[in-house]
Design a protein around this ligand. Structure first.
Ligand SMILES: O=C(O)c1cc(=O)[nH]c(=O)n1[C@@H]1O[C@H](COP(=O)(O)O)[C@@H](O)[C@H]1O
Length: 224
């Protein structure tokens, strides 16, 4: 079976990212490289991580006018990431143009409501809907834009999948039972998130901040 865990290698330190990848590579389905890694290591760093032979999830959460996002996606195309993130709140035209610019084989997925936000945070930026309603709204927009899927928390994935049965659903904000939630606000256990309909799980600190990342990844895998 395809392993559902993508480990988030959130570090600017290429050697540290490589060390963790080497430890966990037999227990994860892919490597997620985000802004922290990419700003420090760029294309060359991504190529080094691709050498582990696992799919690369390039999580740059692009969010700008359609032309700028499409050109940025073109600039990333030589890396042929398996998955690339944009922000759904950039709007339908931005999502359409990002997909059109992406290489064949790259899944373009849109972040809906960050898992670090709750209803109070949405109200503070002028969004009256709660996270659940906002995720379902943006899932419909992403589906209509013709991209591949969305990023949402485990709390919304069942409703989003109902609205978009063929979508690809990325779920971060994943914590083993009793795990430290840190800056996340909408969290779920790995097992519950898969049961709710997640296609893949993004897990960072529960693995990367553990004393032994290999043991932590195995323990999480055993719950699935
Ligand atoms: O797009 C993402 O991956 C993402 C979206 C979101 O809403 N929340 C979220 O936490 N993420 C990413 O998922 C990872 C979560 O890391 P941990 O909280 O350490 O498990 C980080 O790399 C975040 O950038």
């Amino acid at each position: 079976m395809t392993r559902p865990i993508y480990v988030a290698l959130d570090t600017p330190d290429l050697e540290r990212a490589k060390a963790i990848a080497a430890r966990v590579k037999n227990h994860v389905g892919g490597l997620k490289l985000g802004l922290e890694f990419f700003c420090a290591n760029g294309h060359a760093g991504v190529r080094e991580m691709a050498a582990y032979g696992l799919p690369i999830f390039l999580d740059l959460k692009l969010h700008d006018i359609p032309n700028t996002v499409a050109k940025a996606v073109q600039s990333l195309s030589p890396l042929k990431p398996a998955i690339l993130t944009i922000h759904a709140s950039g709007g339908r035209a931005m999502m359409e143009d990002a997909k059109a610019a992406a290489p064949a084989g790259t899944k373009v997925v849109a972040v809906t409501v960050l898992t670090s936000l709750d209803g109070t945070d949405l109200a503070s930026i002028g969004l009256a809907d709660d996270p659940h309603a906002q995720v379902v709204r943006l899932a419909g927009l992403a589906r209509d834009a013709g991209i591949d899927g969305i990023v949402c928390s485990g709390n919304e994935v069942a409703a989003a999948r109902k609205a978009w049965p063929g979508g690809f659903f990325v779920v971060p904000g994943v914590r083993p039972a009793g795990g430290d939630i840190g800056d996340q606000k909408r969290v779920m256990t790995p097992r519950a998130a898969l049961d709710a309909g997640a296609s893949i799980l993004v897990i960072g600190r529960p693995i990367t901040a553990a004393e032994d990342s290999d043991t932590a990844a195995r323990a999480i895998e055993a719950t699935l």
